[in-house]
Ligand binder design. Sequence first.
Ligand code: FAD
Length: 425
Amino acid sequence: MKTIYASEFDKEVIQGGKVVVDFYSTECAPCESLAPKFDSCAEIYGSDIQFIKIFRQENRELANRLEVKSSPTVLFFDNGKQVGPLLTGGIKRSDLMANLDSMISPERAVEIKSKIIKTESHYDTVILGGGPAGLASAIYLGQAKVKTALIDRALPGGQISTTHLVSNYPGFIEPINGYLLSHNMSEQAKAAGVDYKSAVDVTSVDLKAKTILVDEIETIHFNYLILATGASPRPLGIDGEKEYKGHGVSYCATCDAKYFQDKEVIVIGGGNSAIEESYFISKFASKITIVHQFDKFQANKEAQEKVFADQKINILFECEPRAFIKDGDKMYVSIENLKTKQMESISADGIFVFAGMKPNLDLFSSQFEADQFGYLKVSDEMETSISGVYSVGDINSKKFRQITTAVADGTIAAIAITLKQSTVV
Ligand SMILES: Cc1cc2nc3c(=O)[nH]c(=O)nc-3n(C[C@H](O)[C@H](O)[C@H](O)COP(=O)(O)OP(=O)(O)OC[C@H]3O[C@@H](n4cnc5c(N)ncnc54)[C@H](O)[C@@H]3O)c2cc1C
Protein backbone atom coordinates (compact mmCIF):
# COMPACT_ATOMS: atom_id res chain seq x y z
CA MET A 1 0.00 0.00 0.00
CA LYS A 2 1.19 3.49 -0.90
CA THR A 3 0.30 6.99 0.24
CA ILE A 4 0.59 9.42 -2.68
CA TYR A 5 0.18 13.13 -3.47
CA ALA A 6 -2.06 14.60 -6.20
CA SER A 7 1.00 15.06 -8.46
CA GLU A 8 1.50 11.26 -8.57
CA PHE A 9 -2.17 10.46 -9.30
CA ASP A 10 -1.85 10.11 -13.09
CA LYS A 11 1.17 7.81 -12.89
CA GLU A 12 -0.03 5.65 -9.98
CA VAL A 13 -3.78 5.52 -10.60
CA ILE A 14 -4.68 6.50 -14.18
CA GLN A 15 -1.82 4.47 -15.68
CA GLY A 16 -1.83 1.94 -12.87
CA GLY A 17 -4.13 -0.93 -13.93
CA LYS A 18 -6.45 -2.06 -11.15
CA VAL A 19 -6.31 0.45 -8.31
CA VAL A 20 -8.38 1.29 -5.24
CA VAL A 21 -7.96 4.76 -3.69
CA ASP A 22 -8.94 5.82 -0.17
CA PHE A 23 -9.33 9.58 0.35
CA TYR A 24 -8.96 9.95 4.13
CA SER A 25 -8.71 12.75 6.69
CA THR A 26 -7.41 13.04 10.23
CA GLU A 27 -9.79 13.41 13.19
CA CYS A 28 -12.38 11.46 11.20
CA ALA A 29 -14.17 8.63 13.04
CA PRO A 30 -15.39 6.85 9.87
CA CYS A 31 -11.79 6.99 8.50
CA GLU A 32 -10.52 5.33 11.69
CA SER A 33 -13.20 2.68 11.30
CA LEU A 34 -12.19 2.00 7.67
CA ALA A 35 -8.39 1.95 8.15
CA PRO A 36 -8.00 -1.63 9.55
CA LYS A 37 -10.44 -3.01 6.93
CA PHE A 38 -8.57 -1.26 4.11
CA ASP A 39 -5.22 -2.55 5.46
CA SER A 40 -6.42 -6.13 5.73
CA CYS A 41 -7.99 -6.04 2.23
CA ALA A 42 -4.67 -4.68 0.93
CA GLU A 43 -2.96 -7.75 2.42
CA ILE A 44 -5.28 -10.25 0.78
CA TYR A 45 -6.03 -8.55 -2.58
CA GLY A 46 -2.65 -6.76 -2.82
CA SER A 47 -1.15 -8.98 -5.55
CA ASP A 48 -4.11 -8.29 -7.89
CA ILE A 49 -5.10 -4.72 -7.01
CA GLN A 50 -2.99 -1.70 -5.98
CA PHE A 51 -4.05 -0.04 -2.71
CA ILE A 52 -3.47 3.71 -2.49
CA LYS A 53 -4.20 6.32 0.16
CA ILE A 54 -4.53 10.07 -0.44
CA PHE A 55 -4.74 12.60 2.40
CA ARG A 56 -7.81 14.59 1.31
CA GLN A 57 -7.10 17.75 3.33
CA GLU A 58 -3.77 18.27 1.52
CA ASN A 59 -5.06 17.28 -1.94
CA ARG A 60 -8.34 19.16 -2.11
CA GLU A 61 -8.11 20.18 -5.76
CA LEU A 62 -7.78 16.56 -6.89
CA ALA A 63 -10.54 15.47 -4.49
CA ASN A 64 -12.89 18.15 -5.87
CA ARG A 65 -12.04 17.16 -9.44
CA LEU A 66 -13.04 13.56 -8.61
CA GLU A 67 -16.15 14.81 -6.77
CA VAL A 68 -14.90 13.43 -3.47
CA LYS A 69 -16.92 15.47 -0.99
CA SER A 70 -16.33 13.71 2.33
CA SER A 71 -13.87 11.43 4.12
CA PRO A 72 -13.44 8.59 3.77
CA THR A 73 -14.34 8.10 0.12
CA VAL A 74 -13.07 5.01 -1.68
CA LEU A 75 -12.83 5.01 -5.49
CA PHE A 76 -12.07 2.06 -7.75
CA PHE A 77 -10.15 2.33 -11.07
CA ASP A 78 -9.51 -0.17 -13.84
CA ASN A 79 -7.11 0.94 -16.59
CA GLY A 80 -7.65 4.61 -15.82
CA LYS A 81 -11.44 4.41 -15.72
CA GLN A 82 -13.49 4.70 -12.54
CA VAL A 83 -15.49 1.49 -11.99
CA GLY A 84 -18.19 0.35 -9.53
CA PRO A 85 -19.96 2.59 -7.01
CA LEU A 86 -17.78 4.80 -4.80
CA LEU A 87 -18.02 4.07 -1.07
CA THR A 88 -18.30 6.69 1.63
CA GLY A 89 -19.37 7.11 5.31
CA GLY A 90 -19.36 4.03 7.54
CA ILE A 91 -17.85 1.62 5.03
CA LYS A 92 -18.27 -2.09 5.75
CA ARG A 93 -15.66 -4.67 4.95
CA SER A 94 -18.29 -6.62 2.99
CA ASP A 95 -19.02 -3.59 0.74
CA LEU A 96 -15.32 -3.03 0.13
CA MET A 97 -14.80 -6.71 -0.72
CA ALA A 98 -17.84 -6.80 -3.03
CA ASN A 99 -16.33 -3.96 -5.11
CA LEU A 100 -12.87 -5.55 -5.09
CA ASP A 101 -14.32 -8.92 -6.14
CA SER A 102 -16.04 -7.28 -9.11
CA MET A 103 -12.61 -6.13 -10.38
CA ILE A 104 -11.21 -9.68 -10.60
CA SER A 105 -12.52 -12.99 -11.94
CA PRO A 106 -15.00 -14.96 -9.79
CA GLU A 107 -12.53 -17.86 -9.57
CA ARG A 108 -9.77 -15.58 -8.31
CA ALA A 109 -12.17 -14.00 -5.78
CA VAL A 110 -12.95 -17.45 -4.35
CA GLU A 111 -9.24 -18.35 -4.25
CA ILE A 112 -8.39 -15.10 -2.41
CA LYS A 113 -11.16 -15.61 0.14
CA SER A 114 -10.00 -19.16 0.89
CA LYS A 115 -6.71 -17.67 2.13
CA ILE A 116 -8.28 -15.30 4.67
CA ILE A 117 -6.93 -16.07 8.12
CA LYS A 118 -9.58 -16.02 10.84
CA THR A 119 -8.76 -14.10 14.02
CA GLU A 120 -9.77 -14.34 17.68
CA SER A 121 -9.86 -11.76 20.45
CA HIS A 122 -10.90 -11.79 24.12
CA TYR A 123 -12.73 -9.10 26.09
CA ASP A 124 -14.18 -9.02 29.55
CA THR A 125 -17.26 -7.20 28.26
CA VAL A 126 -18.64 -6.72 24.78
CA ILE A 127 -21.24 -4.05 24.09
CA LEU A 128 -23.40 -4.67 21.03
CA GLY A 129 -24.73 -1.30 19.82
CA GLY A 130 -23.21 2.16 20.12
CA GLY A 131 -26.18 4.44 20.75
CA PRO A 132 -26.37 6.50 23.97
CA ALA A 133 -27.10 3.39 26.07
CA GLY A 134 -24.11 1.42 24.77
CA LEU A 135 -21.85 4.47 24.85
CA ALA A 136 -22.75 5.23 28.48
CA SER A 137 -21.85 1.63 29.39
CA ALA A 138 -18.62 1.99 27.41
CA ILE A 139 -17.61 5.20 29.23
CA TYR A 140 -18.18 3.63 32.67
CA LEU A 141 -16.50 0.31 31.81
CA GLY A 142 -13.55 1.98 30.10
CA GLN A 143 -12.98 4.33 33.02
CA ALA A 144 -13.20 1.33 35.42
CA LYS A 145 -10.46 -0.36 33.31
CA VAL A 146 -12.66 -3.28 32.32
CA LYS A 147 -11.41 -4.65 28.99
CA THR A 148 -14.29 -3.71 26.70
CA ALA A 149 -15.13 -3.78 22.99
CA LEU A 150 -18.01 -1.87 21.44
CA ILE A 151 -19.45 -3.33 18.25
CA ASP A 152 -21.84 -1.46 15.96
CA ARG A 153 -23.16 -2.40 12.55
CA ALA A 154 -23.01 1.31 11.69
CA LEU A 155 -20.91 4.15 13.07
CA PRO A 156 -21.58 4.71 16.79
CA GLY A 157 -24.20 7.31 17.70
CA GLY A 158 -27.51 5.51 17.33
CA GLN A 159 -30.78 7.32 16.79
CA ILE A 160 -29.52 10.65 18.08
CA SER A 161 -26.89 10.89 15.35
CA THR A 162 -29.74 11.54 12.90
CA THR A 163 -31.75 13.78 15.23
CA HIS A 164 -31.69 17.45 14.26
CA LEU A 165 -31.62 19.13 17.68
CA VAL A 166 -31.73 17.72 21.20
CA SER A 167 -33.04 20.23 23.73
CA ASN A 168 -33.68 18.04 26.76
CA TYR A 169 -30.34 16.33 27.46
CA PRO A 170 -29.03 17.85 30.70
CA GLY A 171 -25.90 19.97 30.55
CA PHE A 172 -26.65 22.01 27.43
CA ILE A 173 -28.34 25.39 27.86
CA GLU A 174 -29.03 25.73 24.13
CA PRO A 175 -30.28 22.74 22.08
CA ILE A 176 -27.38 20.62 20.84
CA ASN A 177 -27.14 19.06 17.39
CA GLY A 178 -27.86 15.32 17.76
CA TYR A 179 -24.86 14.32 15.65
CA LEU A 180 -22.53 16.41 17.82
CA LEU A 181 -23.93 15.00 21.06
CA SER A 182 -23.45 11.41 19.85
CA HIS A 183 -19.97 12.25 18.48
CA ASN A 184 -18.94 13.65 21.90
CA MET A 185 -20.23 10.53 23.70
CA SER A 186 -18.39 8.31 21.24
CA GLU A 187 -15.07 10.18 21.58
CA GLN A 188 -15.45 10.11 25.39
CA ALA A 189 -15.83 6.30 25.33
CA LYS A 190 -12.85 5.95 22.99
CA ALA A 191 -10.74 8.16 25.29
CA ALA A 192 -11.68 5.84 28.16
CA GLY A 193 -9.86 3.02 26.32
CA VAL A 194 -12.74 1.07 24.78
CA ASP A 195 -11.92 -0.76 21.51
CA TYR A 196 -14.26 0.02 18.62
CA LYS A 197 -15.39 -2.33 15.90
CA SER A 198 -17.75 -0.16 13.91
CA ALA A 199 -19.47 -0.47 10.53
CA VAL A 200 -19.14 -4.27 10.79
CA ASP A 201 -21.44 -7.13 9.95
CA VAL A 202 -22.33 -9.06 13.10
CA THR A 203 -22.53 -12.52 11.56
CA SER A 204 -23.75 -14.37 14.66
CA VAL A 205 -23.85 -14.34 18.46
CA ASP A 206 -23.46 -17.59 20.40
CA LEU A 207 -24.68 -16.94 23.94
CA LYS A 208 -23.67 -20.42 25.21
CA ALA A 209 -20.12 -20.28 23.84
CA LYS A 210 -19.98 -16.54 24.71
CA THR A 211 -18.68 -15.55 21.29
CA ILE A 212 -19.58 -13.06 18.59
CA LEU A 213 -18.53 -13.58 14.98
CA VAL A 214 -17.83 -10.31 13.16
CA ASP A 215 -17.45 -9.90 9.38
CA GLU A 216 -17.32 -13.73 9.20
CA ILE A 217 -13.65 -13.68 10.22
CA GLU A 218 -13.18 -12.36 13.75
CA THR A 219 -14.37 -14.38 16.72
CA ILE A 220 -14.70 -12.23 19.83
CA HIS A 221 -14.89 -14.01 23.20
CA PHE A 222 -16.59 -12.30 26.15
CA ASN A 223 -17.46 -12.91 29.79
CA TYR A 224 -20.29 -10.37 29.85
CA LEU A 225 -22.43 -9.09 27.02
CA ILE A 226 -24.43 -5.85 26.99
CA LEU A 227 -27.13 -5.65 24.34
CA ALA A 228 -27.69 -2.03 23.35
CA THR A 229 -29.02 -2.43 19.82
CA GLY A 230 -31.84 0.08 20.29
CA ALA A 231 -34.80 0.40 18.02
CA SER A 232 -35.54 1.09 14.34
CA PRO A 233 -38.50 2.70 12.61
CA ARG A 234 -41.42 0.32 12.40
CA PRO A 235 -42.49 -0.14 8.79
CA LEU A 236 -46.21 0.23 7.95
CA GLY A 237 -46.15 -2.98 5.91
CA ILE A 238 -48.27 -1.55 3.09
CA ASP A 239 -47.88 -1.95 -0.67
CA GLY A 240 -45.15 0.17 -2.22
CA GLU A 241 -43.36 0.89 1.09
CA LYS A 242 -40.44 -1.52 0.64
CA GLU A 243 -40.22 -0.81 -3.06
CA TYR A 244 -39.90 2.98 -2.70
CA LYS A 245 -37.84 3.07 0.53
CA GLY A 246 -35.05 5.53 -0.22
CA HIS A 247 -36.73 6.44 -3.52
CA GLY A 248 -39.59 8.63 -2.30
CA VAL A 249 -40.25 7.03 1.09
CA SER A 250 -38.04 8.11 4.00
CA TYR A 251 -37.86 7.41 7.76
CA CYS A 252 -35.39 10.16 8.68
CA ALA A 253 -36.15 13.89 8.42
CA THR A 254 -32.65 14.99 9.45
CA CYS A 255 -31.19 12.90 6.65
CA ASP A 256 -33.66 13.70 3.87
CA ALA A 257 -35.72 16.87 4.57
CA LYS A 258 -33.12 18.98 2.73
CA TYR A 259 -34.07 17.28 -0.53
CA PHE A 260 -37.57 18.73 -0.29
CA GLN A 261 -36.81 22.45 -0.47
CA ASP A 262 -40.00 24.14 -1.79
CA LYS A 263 -41.56 20.74 -2.42
CA GLU A 264 -44.61 18.98 -1.02
CA VAL A 265 -44.38 16.21 1.55
CA ILE A 266 -46.75 13.75 3.24
CA VAL A 267 -45.99 12.66 6.81
CA ILE A 268 -47.52 9.48 8.22
CA GLY A 269 -47.89 9.38 12.03
CA GLY A 270 -48.98 11.44 15.03
CA GLY A 271 -46.57 10.69 17.90
CA ASN A 272 -43.65 12.82 19.14
CA SER A 273 -41.34 11.92 16.25
CA ALA A 274 -43.97 12.60 13.56
CA ILE A 275 -44.90 15.98 15.00
CA GLU A 276 -41.40 17.22 15.86
CA GLU A 277 -40.01 16.06 12.54
CA SER A 278 -42.92 17.64 10.60
CA TYR A 279 -42.02 20.94 12.19
CA PHE A 280 -38.40 20.40 11.10
CA ILE A 281 -39.42 19.41 7.54
CA SER A 282 -41.50 22.60 7.27
CA LYS A 283 -38.23 24.58 7.27
CA PHE A 284 -37.70 23.14 3.77
CA ALA A 285 -40.98 21.96 2.26
CA SER A 286 -43.66 24.28 0.83
CA LYS A 287 -46.53 22.09 2.06
CA ILE A 288 -46.84 19.18 4.52
CA THR A 289 -49.85 16.92 4.92
CA ILE A 290 -49.87 14.86 8.12
CA VAL A 291 -51.93 11.66 7.91
CA HIS A 292 -52.83 10.29 11.35
CA GLN A 293 -55.05 7.35 12.29
CA PHE A 294 -56.53 8.86 15.49
CA ASP A 295 -58.61 12.02 16.09
CA LYS A 296 -55.79 13.68 18.04
CA PHE A 297 -52.00 13.57 18.20
CA GLN A 298 -50.06 11.54 20.82
CA ALA A 299 -47.18 14.05 20.82
CA ASN A 300 -46.33 16.43 23.67
CA LYS A 301 -48.36 19.68 23.88
CA GLU A 302 -45.49 22.03 23.02
CA ALA A 303 -44.73 20.19 19.76
CA GLN A 304 -48.44 20.03 18.85
CA GLU A 305 -48.86 23.78 19.32
CA LYS A 306 -45.95 24.50 16.95
CA VAL A 307 -47.46 22.25 14.28
CA PHE A 308 -51.00 23.68 14.65
CA ALA A 309 -49.58 27.21 14.28
CA ASP A 310 -47.61 26.33 11.11
CA GLN A 311 -49.50 27.59 8.04
CA LYS A 312 -47.71 25.10 5.78
CA ILE A 313 -49.01 22.07 7.69
CA ASN A 314 -52.30 20.39 6.81
CA ILE A 315 -53.69 17.55 8.97
CA LEU A 316 -55.87 14.59 8.01
CA PHE A 317 -57.08 12.95 11.24
CA GLU A 318 -58.66 9.50 11.34
CA CYS A 319 -57.10 8.45 8.04
CA GLU A 320 -54.81 5.51 7.33
CA PRO A 321 -52.48 4.93 4.40
CA ARG A 322 -53.19 1.76 2.40
CA ALA A 323 -50.58 1.95 -0.38
CA PHE A 324 -47.72 4.04 -1.75
CA ILE A 325 -47.63 4.50 -5.51
CA LYS A 326 -45.00 6.24 -7.64
CA ASP A 327 -45.66 7.86 -10.99
CA GLY A 328 -42.69 9.66 -12.52
CA ASP A 329 -41.31 11.99 -9.83
CA LYS A 330 -44.57 12.10 -7.87
CA MET A 331 -45.52 9.90 -4.90
CA TYR A 332 -49.16 9.05 -4.22
CA VAL A 333 -50.65 7.79 -0.96
CA SER A 334 -53.87 5.89 -1.18
CA ILE A 335 -55.65 6.68 2.12
CA GLU A 336 -58.76 5.39 3.81
CA ASN A 337 -60.93 7.72 5.88
CA LEU A 338 -61.61 5.49 8.90
CA LYS A 339 -64.90 7.25 9.68
CA THR A 340 -66.49 7.29 6.21
CA LYS A 341 -64.53 4.29 4.80
CA GLN A 342 -63.98 6.39 1.66
CA MET A 343 -60.71 5.94 -0.22
CA GLU A 344 -58.84 8.85 -1.76
CA SER A 345 -55.42 9.44 -3.27
CA ILE A 346 -53.20 12.35 -2.28
CA SER A 347 -49.93 13.27 -3.95
CA ALA A 348 -46.63 14.87 -2.97
CA ASP A 349 -42.95 14.84 -3.88
CA GLY A 350 -42.01 12.62 -0.95
CA ILE A 351 -43.35 10.63 2.00
CA PHE A 352 -41.95 10.45 5.55
CA VAL A 353 -43.07 7.58 7.79
CA PHE A 354 -42.95 7.94 11.60
CA ALA A 355 -45.03 5.01 12.80
CA GLY A 356 -43.20 4.07 15.99
CA MET A 357 -40.23 1.84 16.56
CA LYS A 358 -39.36 -1.86 16.91
CA PRO A 359 -36.54 -3.41 18.99
CA ASN A 360 -33.45 -4.50 17.03
CA LEU A 361 -33.28 -8.10 18.18
CA ASP A 362 -33.17 -9.98 14.87
CA LEU A 363 -29.95 -11.73 15.90
CA PHE A 364 -31.60 -13.41 18.87
CA SER A 365 -35.05 -14.72 17.84
CA SER A 366 -36.86 -15.59 21.05
CA GLN A 367 -34.01 -16.52 23.38
CA PHE A 368 -34.90 -13.86 25.97
CA GLU A 369 -37.87 -13.14 28.19
CA ALA A 370 -39.68 -10.26 26.50
CA ASP A 371 -42.94 -8.30 26.76
CA GLN A 372 -45.83 -8.63 24.29
CA PHE A 373 -44.16 -6.15 21.89
CA GLY A 374 -40.82 -7.98 21.89
CA TYR A 375 -38.96 -5.58 24.21
CA LEU A 376 -36.64 -7.29 26.73
CA LYS A 377 -37.49 -7.74 30.40
CA VAL A 378 -34.55 -7.05 32.74
CA SER A 379 -33.68 -7.06 36.45
CA ASP A 380 -32.92 -3.90 38.45
CA GLU A 381 -29.29 -4.35 37.36
CA MET A 382 -30.33 -4.62 33.66
CA GLU A 383 -29.57 -8.37 33.51
CA THR A 384 -31.77 -10.30 31.05
CA SER A 385 -33.27 -13.74 31.62
CA ILE A 386 -29.87 -15.16 30.53
CA SER A 387 -27.17 -14.85 33.20
CA GLY A 388 -24.27 -12.58 32.22
CA VAL A 389 -26.23 -10.97 29.37
CA TYR A 390 -27.42 -7.43 30.11
CA SER A 391 -29.64 -5.21 28.03
CA VAL A 392 -29.94 -1.44 28.07
CA GLY A 393 -31.77 1.42 26.37
CA ASP A 394 -34.62 1.33 23.88
CA ILE A 395 -34.63 -2.48 23.47
CA ASN A 396 -35.82 -2.84 27.07
CA SER A 397 -39.45 -3.10 28.07
CA LYS A 398 -40.27 0.30 29.59
CA LYS A 399 -42.74 3.14 29.33
CA PHE A 400 -40.45 6.01 28.30
CA ARG A 401 -37.61 5.90 25.78
CA GLN A 402 -35.28 8.89 25.86
CA ILE A 403 -31.55 9.56 25.73
CA THR A 404 -31.50 10.09 29.50
CA THR A 405 -33.28 6.77 30.17
CA ALA A 406 -30.94 4.94 27.75
CA VAL A 407 -27.89 6.48 29.40
CA ALA A 408 -29.23 5.56 32.85
CA ASP A 409 -29.66 1.90 31.82
CA GLY A 410 -26.16 1.84 30.34
CA THR A 411 -24.70 3.23 33.56
CA ILE A 412 -26.47 0.68 35.76
CA ALA A 413 -25.37 -2.34 33.66
CA ALA A 414 -21.77 -1.10 33.52
CA ILE A 415 -21.51 -0.59 37.29
CA ALA A 416 -23.14 -3.99 37.95
CA ILE A 417 -20.63 -5.70 35.64
CA THR A 418 -17.68 -3.77 37.05
CA LEU A 419 -18.54 -5.02 40.53
CA LYS A 420 -18.79 -8.63 39.28
CA GLN A 421 -15.95 -8.90 36.80
CA SER A 422 -12.51 -10.11 37.73
CA THR A 423 -10.23 -9.32 34.75
CA VAL A 424 -8.83 -5.82 34.81
CA VAL A 425 -6.33 -4.53 32.28
C1 FAD B 1 -36.23 11.32 15.28
C2 FAD B 1 -35.93 11.09 16.73
C3 FAD B 1 -35.77 12.16 17.60
C4 FAD B 1 -35.48 11.95 18.95
N1 FAD B 1 -35.32 13.03 19.77
C5 FAD B 1 -35.00 12.83 21.08
C6 FAD B 1 -34.76 13.94 21.93
O1 FAD B 1 -34.84 15.11 21.52
N2 FAD B 1 -34.45 13.68 23.24
C7 FAD B 1 -34.35 12.41 23.74
O2 FAD B 1 -34.03 12.24 24.91
N3 FAD B 1 -34.58 11.34 22.94
C8 FAD B 1 -34.90 11.52 21.63
N4 FAD B 1 -35.11 10.43 20.81
C9 FAD B 1 -35.03 9.08 21.40
C10 FAD B 1 -33.57 8.65 21.60
O3 FAD B 1 -32.83 8.92 20.43
C11 FAD B 1 -33.51 7.16 21.95
O4 FAD B 1 -34.29 6.92 23.10
C12 FAD B 1 -32.06 6.72 22.21
O5 FAD B 1 -31.24 6.98 21.11
C13 FAD B 1 -32.01 5.24 22.52
O6 FAD B 1 -30.67 4.88 22.68
P1 FAD B 1 -30.16 3.36 22.52
O7 FAD B 1 -28.70 3.42 22.76
O8 FAD B 1 -30.98 2.47 23.35
O9 FAD B 1 -30.46 2.94 21.02
P2 FAD B 1 -30.13 3.57 19.60
O10 FAD B 1 -29.94 5.03 19.70
O11 FAD B 1 -31.20 3.04 18.72
O12 FAD B 1 -28.73 2.91 19.19
C14 FAD B 1 -28.63 1.55 18.87
C15 FAD B 1 -27.32 1.27 18.16
O13 FAD B 1 -27.20 -0.14 17.96
C16 FAD B 1 -26.73 -0.41 16.64
N5 FAD B 1 -27.24 -1.72 16.24
C17 FAD B 1 -28.51 -2.09 15.96
N6 FAD B 1 -28.57 -3.40 15.65
C18 FAD B 1 -27.31 -3.87 15.71
C19 FAD B 1 -26.72 -5.15 15.50
N7 FAD B 1 -27.43 -6.22 15.15
N8 FAD B 1 -25.38 -5.28 15.67
C20 FAD B 1 -24.63 -4.20 16.03
N9 FAD B 1 -25.13 -2.97 16.24
C21 FAD B 1 -26.45 -2.80 16.10
C22 FAD B 1 -27.29 0.73 15.80
O14 FAD B 1 -26.51 0.93 14.63
C23 FAD B 1 -27.21 1.91 16.77
O15 FAD B 1 -25.98 2.60 16.66
C24 FAD B 1 -35.38 10.62 19.46
C25 FAD B 1 -35.52 9.53 18.59
C26 FAD B 1 -35.78 9.76 17.24
C27 FAD B 1 -35.93 8.58 16.30
